[in-house]
Write a new protein. Sequence first.
Lengths: 520, 337
Amino acid sequence: MIGLSVFGDLLHGFGTVLDPMNLLWAILGVTLGMLVGILPGIGPALTIALLLPITFNFSDPIGAFILFAGIYYGAMYGGSTTSILINTPGESASVATAIEGHKMALKGRARAALATAAIGSFVAGTISTVLLTFVAKPIGSLASHFQATDYFAITLLAMVAVTALVGHSLVRGLLSLVVGLFIGLIGLDSLSGAPRYTFGTLRLLDGIDVVIVIVGLFAIGETLHVASKLRSTPERPAVLEKGRLRTGYLNKSDWGRSWKPWLRGTALGFPFGAIPSGGAEVPTFLSYSIERRQARKKGRDEFGDGAIEGVAGPEAANNASFSGVLVPLLTLGLPTSATAAVMLAAFQIFNVQPGPQLFEDQSTLVWTLIASLYIGNLILLIMNLPLIQIWVQVLKVPRPLLYAGILVFACLGVYSLSGSGYEVLMALVIGVAGFFMRKLDFPIAPVILGVILGPTMEEQFRRALVISNGDASVFVTRPLSAVIIVLTVLALFVPYLPRIVARIRGTRPTRDRLTFGEDD
Amino acid sequence: MSRPRTVLVAAGLAVSLLVSGCSALEKTLDGGSVAGDFPSRNVEIMVPAAPGGGWDLTARQFQHVVQEKKLLGERAVSVVNVTGAGGAVGISKLVTKNRKDPHTLMITGLVMVGALTLNQSQITVSDTTPIATLTAEQEVLVVKSDSPLKSLKDLVELYEADPSKVSWGGGTIGGTDHITAGTLVKAAGADPSKVKYISYSGGGEATAAILSGDVTVGISGLSEFEEQITAGKMRVLATSGTEPVTLNGKQLPTMKSEGYDAEVQNWRAIVAPPDVPAADRQRLIDFVTKVNQSPEWAEIRKKNGWTDFFKTGDDATRFIAEETTRVQALEKELRIL
C-alpha cells in the first residue's frame, strides 16, 4: 500500500504548508525568487547563501526550506521575463527562451510569450512535482549508476543534438561555439592544477563565470547594439497584440501550439535535473532544438522569427528540472546544481541529513517541502498572469532610459557576484565582443552552450581516461556509454542519409536535408 | 540632441558612474590603516570564497555570536566575500591593501595553504598576522560498501602492488583531500608521485563517483559522507585525525590506529593583516578567545561537526608555518608542483 501512504504523507504535508506562517514564507520566497530571476547576475544560489544566516534564528527548519524552494522556483519563472521583453536573460537557464521570446516581443506578441512561459512553467512544475512525489526513490538510485564515461557520452549527445542553436550559417554558428569552448578553457585545469590562458593573473584562475558571459553578451551587448541602430529603427516595437486574462493571453492557436512543447519540455527537464552534471541549461537547449525540428517537420518554420514553441518548450524544461534536481538531493544527498549545493549546506546546518534515510527520518519536512512546491507553483501562476499587463509596459519605456537602466543593473549584478570591479570590466569587454557579434550576425547562444558544456565534457572525458589508465576503449565497453554514443553517431548522420543514399544511387542530391545549415 | 546620442551619453554615464562607484566603494572598504585602540570602528571579516562554503559558514556564524553577545560593544561586524583562486585573491588583498589595520580580519585554512602552494603564490598564509586557529574537521577515507577493500591496510597493499589500480576521488587538486591521500601514502612508505587523483567539484559529485564505482576510494570531510555511511552504502576505512570519531555508536578507525603515522586536520583560522601592532594583536586574541569560549560557539561547532582546534598567537603562527612547509613538500612529492 505504498501509494496510499504517499497520499497520506502528502496530505499531512499540505496541512503543514497551509499553516499561515508557512504560507507566508512560500509567498515571500517565490516573490524574492522572481525578482532575483529578473535581475541579471544575481541568481538563486547567491540569494539562498546570503539568506542562510538569517534562517539560523528560525525555530523550525521547515519555514526556511519552504522559503528556499520558493526562491529557486520563482527565479525560474522570473528569468523568462527579461529574456522575452529585452533580450537579457537573468541566468543561464533562460538563454534558450530569449532566442524566440524576444522575437515574439518585437512582433508585438509579448503577452503571448510571457503567458506561454508562465503557464508552461506551471504545467511543467506541477507534473514534475507529481513525478517527484511518486518516483523520487527509483529515479534517485539511477543517478548513482552514472560513471564518468556515461557523463561524457551524454554531453557529447547533447552537443550534437542542439545543432539547431547554430542558426542561419553553420560556419558562423560553429565559430561562436568555438569562442564559447575557449572561454570555458580559461582558468585552473581541475585535473592537473595547471593554469590555462590566465596570463599570470590570479583573477582568471577560477575561469570566467558563465553569468558574466551571459550578462556581457546579452545585457551589455544588446544595449550597445540597440544604441548603435536607434536612428534606423522605429521608436517602438510593433503595436502590442491584445490579449485577455480570461483566455490566459493566449489565442486558440497559441494553446494548440504550446501544450505539446510544454509536455516535451517537462519530459526533458525532469530527468536532466536528476542526473549529476545535468542541470537546467542543457534540457532548455535540447527542448529548443527538438521544437524547431518538430515545427519544420510540420512545414511551419516560424523559428528565428518568434515561434511560440521555442518559448513554451525551454520554459517548461527549466522549471521541470528543478523538481528533478530535488530527486538526488533528497534521496541521495547529491546536489546537482549550484543552488542545490547551497540547499544541501542549509540542510546540514539544520541537522537534517538528506539521503537514503531522509524520507523516513524527516517525513514531515520532506512532504511539507514537496507540498510547498505545489502551492508555490500555483502562487506563481496566479501572480504572473495578471503581472503580464504590468511587465509589457516595460516595452513602452523610452529606450534610452530602459537600456541605461539595464546597463546599471547588469553591472551591479556582476559586481555582486565577486565584489570586485574587475569582473565588471570583464563583462563590459565581453559586451563589446557581443556587440560586434550582433553586428556581424554571429549567433550568441552557441557561445553560452560552449561555456556550459565544454568544461563538463572535457573534465568527464579526462576523468574517464585517468581512471582507465589511458585506455580509450572504456567509452564503448560500458553498455550505457556505448548506447549513448551510438545514439550520438546516429543523431549526427541520420539527417544526411537521404543525400548519401542519393549520391550512391547516382542521382542528384536534393536540397531537402533535415539538418540546419547554411540556408536555414 | 538627437536620440541616438542621448542613449550613448546615458549609457556612457551609467558605465563611468558604476566603475567609479565600484572603485570608490573599494577604497572606503579598504580604509586607512590606523594603529589605535581596537575596536575603534566596525570590524569586517573577509571570506576569501563564495557564500555558502565552509569558510563562509565559519565567518557568518562567528559574526552571529559576536552580534548576539555584543562582544564588540557598539561596533558591528560585517562579512564580505572576496572570491577567487582558492582564496589567493582574498589574501593578496589583505596583505597588500590592509596592512596594520586590525579591523579587517580574514578566514583561512588548510585549503588556502594548499591552493597558494599550488598556484606558486609569492604570498603565504604566514605573511598575515595569525590570531587563532578556530576549528578542525576530520577527513575520512571511504569505499563503496561492496568494495573488496575491507581495511586501510587492504588499500595500502593494493596501492603498493600497483598504484595504477587505485583511483582516489576527492575535492580540488592540492586541497585537503588530496593532501590526505598524499600523507597516507607517504606514511606507508610508498611513492606519492604515483597517486592517481581525480578531483571533483564539491562533495556531491565525489559521492556520486564513489557510489557508481568510478573511483576506488573517496576522501572528503566526514559530514559529506555521513549519511551514506549511516545508510550502509559506504564503508569507512579510516578518519584522519588523532582523536577517534564515534559514528552511530561505533568507533571509527584512524589512520594512526591502523598503523600509519599520518594525520590531517582540515583546520580553519582567523587572521589579521600583516604588521598589526602588538597591542591590537593581543586585543584581537582576547576578542576571538571570548567568542571561542561562548556556549553559542560550542553549539555551532557541535551543529557543524567541527572539533575545537583553538590555538592563539604564537602557537597559531607556528602551527600555520609548519603546515605550510609540510604542504609544500607534499605537493612536490605528489608531482603537482
